[in-house]
Ligand binder design. Structure first.
Ligand code: ZN
Length: 248
């Protein structure tokens, strides 16, 4: 049995299969891994320094001078066949819930709905003074002007709805991810190298509950030796093959 058949068999038998996705699922959409050194703009700056809550609080104008390019590049991208395959698997009942580390909205665009974005999303932005939230359009409209910066009605510069370096994950999102990971009898890890805590601890919750792991990621992960299936092939080819095999 090849790994596509193995993955399909595990998902078919699972009572509560959960997917956990990371940056690797979006690279085929043309989004470089934010944390990978040497990729475009971010090769010149340290994202942990620029996209940190300290940097934003210290100098929000400087923050936006870097981050505007990221918002711009993420606004134009489209889901790839891996995102669509996960949405098909959800509709057919072979994925019950999706936890993503990605902020790019591509699962949402592809049609996944039972999902939690544990690192937040560029789908909205927020005012740290008055708590007002605005949709993505608020950023897009302001950033059309090369000097423009999105601001709240109260005048304060807005923060994208993403979790920055140095910030805690939102309790409600992370709590949901933990309960899904604990309930999962199969966890399908797609495109995450499982290096970023606390999300990297989720597969351990599934394993401790007696669940099994499928790891579908280009690089090795700390969980490879505990997984039932490990496949390093391209997600945008493997996941549609799994969905096809399941008739999803
Ligand atoms: Zn405000």
């Amino acid at each position: 049995m090849d790994s596509v058949e193995q993955i399909a068999a595990l998902l078919r038998e699972a009572r509560f299969p959960v997917a956990l996705t990371g940056a690797g699922i979006s690279t085929a959409s043309g989004i470089p891994d934010f944390r990978t050194p040497g990729t475009g703009l971010w090769s010149k700056v340290d994202p942990a320094e620029v996209a940190s809550i300290d940097a934003f609080m210290t100098d929000a104008v400087r923050f936006w001078s870097f981050y505007r390019h990221r918002i711009g590049s993420l606004t134009a991208v489209e889901p790839n066949p891996a995102h669509y395959a996960l949405a098909r698997l959800e509709k057919a009942g072979f994925v019950k819930a999706l936890i993503t580390q990605n902020i790019d909205r591509l699962h949402r665009k592809a049609g996944s709905s039972a999902m939690v974005e544990v690192h937040g999303s560029i789908d909205f932005c927020v005012c740290l003074d008055c708590g007002n939230r605005y949709g993505h359009d608020r950023m897009e409209d302001a950033l059309v002007d090369p000097e423009g910066i999105p601001t709240c009605d109260c005048g304060r510069i807005l923060k994208p709805g993403v979790v920055f370096f140095g910030e805690m994950l939102p309790d409600d999102a992370y709590g949901q991810a933990v309960s899904w990971a604990q309930a999962a009898d199969v966890m399908l890890v797609a495109g995450s190298s499982l290096q970023v805590w606390p999300v990297a601890g989720l597969p351990d919750l599934t394993l401790r509950g007696g669940g099994r792991l499928i790891i579908l990621t280009a690089s090795e992960t700390p969980f490879d030796d505990r997984a039932t299936v490990v496949e390093h092939g391209p997600l945008e080819e493997v996941l549609p093959q799994v969905a096809d095999l399941l008739g999803a």
